[in-house]
Ligand binder design. Sequence first.
Ligand SMILES: Nc1ncnc2c1ncn2[C@@H]1O[C@H](COP(=O)(O)OP(=O)(O)OP(=O)(O)O)[C@@H](O)[C@H]1O
Ligand SMILES: [Mg+2]
Length: 274
Amino acid sequence: MSAVPITTPPVPNDPGAFISLQGVGKHYGEGDATVDAIGSVTLDIRQGEFVSIVGPSGCGKSSLLQIVAGLLAGSRGTVHIAGRPVTEPPASLVYLFQQYSRSLFPWMTARENVRFAFEHHGRLDRKASDERCEKYLSMVGLRDNINRYPWEMSGGMQQRLAIARALAAEPKVLLLDEPFSAVDALTRMELHDLMLRLWKMTGLTILLVTHDVDEAVFLSDRIALLSPRPTQIAAVYTNHLPRPRHQVSTREEPEFLALRNQLLRRLLGAPAES
Ligand SMILES: Nc1ncnc2c1ncn2[C@@H]1O[C@H](COP(=O)(O)OP(=O)(O)OP(=O)(O)O)[C@@H](O)[C@H]1O
Ligand SMILES: [Mg+2]
């Protein structure tokens, strides 16, 4: 059992919540070797929301996302998605890892990689299957690369292909674990814009883990700031920046700078401005 008593009371369930985390905790190992990763996290996310989770390195962000995905069992608490307890990976959810281009199959073309996302779900005839592949490859701007292999593509293109494959499963929830950190700054901004367009088109609920405060503020409706281990939610910030957001003008808004600086001060342990 966890060595650290957890005293944070869970807030009452939001009746409108689509994803609901209630007192989620996680420790690894036993006895002296116990690592108290997550103390207690309670968070409600509404359908169609874009929520980011930021926190110090090693505070348990990936563990938390894996618990939401049903890939890892929590030590305490519950996760519900659409009212159902998560005990295994829900079919309505897709999880994208940091190095997600590595999850592509190099021996398959772009079309075959995308087809892989849904071919197990049910029988589609060849024409319907091809149309679905083309639809999602077009959505990420890769229609002209449909017969290319991942290794014939740039890193940014591979990441767009991984996004197309994720969306082709037609999930309701997309979990992203630091997905934009391995690319250069300009490609990252293009991927941000793409992700926001796709989010708007699909109505997905997105939960993003990132260590990049600017990215969190640029993309999200709300930002949950985690404390160091054993992790709790230190604060949840609502982001009132208007949409659509623009890579240059949004980042110049006083509200963008105020929120980003507030988050950075909390993360760096600097005193708040009076
Ligand atoms: N399988 C495991 N066994 C033991 N300890 C683990 C395991 N996985 C994670 N941990 C520990 O739990 C804590 C949280 O890890 P986790 O990877 O969830 O944090 P994180 O916030 O995603 O880290 P980072 O910022 O480096 O991505 C860390 O101290 C880590 O060493
Ligand atoms: Mg991590």
